[in-house]
Design a protein around this ligand. Structure first.
Ligand code: ADP
Ligand code: TRP
Length: 327
């Protein structure tokens, strides 16, 4: 069975972008692959080093959301990155062979650096090394593929480059992992039309109740030039229409045609979307609540997951140390 690894940062609870762009794919893949689903709490420290208590509680919520979305903790290993120390050891070793220039060119680093502005103090060594830690997360499982959203593809490219460099220097140890991207939800739009992200305050969260979802969707951007019901809409650039397509793949066309012809108002469009999304999220909300009500059981899932992860990672590090003459 081929092996997959993926992960998300516990920098908050998950939203529809995380769910549709990444997590749904993991759920689909778990029956055909040996899966490792990591909650990368060390990565969260790159931006939240001064709010460590939040990372730890978000990590438990994210674990509950993984399971509520359909990951089976018996089938796939769900665990915290910081519980499997081999990720850190491999990170250190890979950091020695990764040229600085590769890291400075990574788009997510450039973006974060710009967002932080002139605040040089928050520009840490760890933030620059983020992709090396991510490469370690993947390579320590000698994973063949990584299911992620489209924005993570550059990180996968640098992971392959690091693997290639290691193999060239020390012999063939790592496969070069591919990205698995769900094209139908490659970039889920947020309420303001930009990519849905917890950093933009434009997200619908799995933890939002039905009323919150309704309020958020009522405030979503639609076609700017559509003011009256009879004005023609442009579904391709309307957030509400895009989410309708994602959540109603069978039936969305009729609503899109009516929108284009000016036969359907934005309020009707929003009301219908609210019902569709709430119906889809309700079972997940119930399961999420149940899981969070039993923290001991959740901890047990995470311990079992870490135990299974360590069986693979300790074997990898034995091979790596030997290849690098670290006896
Ligand atoms: P955020 O932008 O909210 O901080 P993350 O960067 O933590 O989200 O993303 C976690 C996972 O979810 C990644 O695999 C990422 O590609 C995917 N993802 C995040 N936002 C979206 C989105 N709007 N559409 C599709 N996938 C997304
Ligand atoms: N960089 C990923 C994100 O922001 C999180 C991540 C860390 C990850 N390590 C990983 C994703 C390994 C896949 C595989 O979403």
């Amino acid at each position: 069975m081929e092996r997959l690894l993926s992960g998300m940062q516990p920098t908050g609870v998950l939203h529809l972008g995380n769910l549709e762009g990444a997590l749904r794919n993991w759920v689909r893949l778990q029956k055909d692959y040996e899966m490792f689903c990591c909650i990368v709490d060390w990565h969260a420290l790159t931006t939240m080093y001064n709010r460590t208590d939040e990372i730890s509680s978000s990590a438990r919520e994210v674990a509950a959301e993984y399971i509520a979305a359909g990951l089976d903790p018996e089938k796939c290993s769900i665990f915290l990155q910081s519980h499997v120390k081999e990720h850190a050891e491999l990170h250190l070793l890979l950091s020695m062979i990764t040229p600085l220039g590769w890291l400075e060119r990574v788009p997510t680093y450039k973006e974060k650096r710009e967002n932080l502005g002139l605040n040089e103090e928050s520009l840490s060594y760890g933030l620059l090394g983020y992709p090396v830690l991510m490469a370690s997360d993947i390579l320590v499982y000698r994973a063949q593929a990584v299911p992620v959203g489209k924005d993570q593809v550059p990180h996968l490219e640098i992971t392959r480059e690091i693997a290639r460099r290691f193999n060239f220097l020390y012999g063939d140890v790592f496969p070069e992992p591919k990205a698995i991207v769900n094209e139908s939800a490659a970039v889920v739009p947020g309420l303001d039309g930009r990519k849905m992200s917890k950093s933009y305050d434009n997200a619908i969260y799995l933890s939002d109740d039905a009323d919150t979802v309704a309020k958020k969707i009522m405030s979503a951007f639609t076609t700017e030039t559509k003011i009256r019901k009879s004005d023609p809409g442009i579904p391709e650039t309307c957030v509400v229409c895009q989410l309708r397509k994602l959540y109603d793949p069978e039936g969305y066309q009729t609503s899109w045609e009516e929108d284009r012809r000016g036969e359907r108002g934005c309020v009707q469009n929003k009301r219908e979307l609210i019902d569709i999304i709430n119906a889809s999220l309700e079972p997940l909300r119930i399961k999420r609540k149940e899981l969070l009500a039993d923290p001991a059981q959740l901890e047990k899932y995470l311990e079992d997951g870490a135990e299974r992860a360590r069986q693979v990672t300790s074997e990898t590090l034995t091979i790596v140390r030997k290849a690098m003459n670290l006896r």
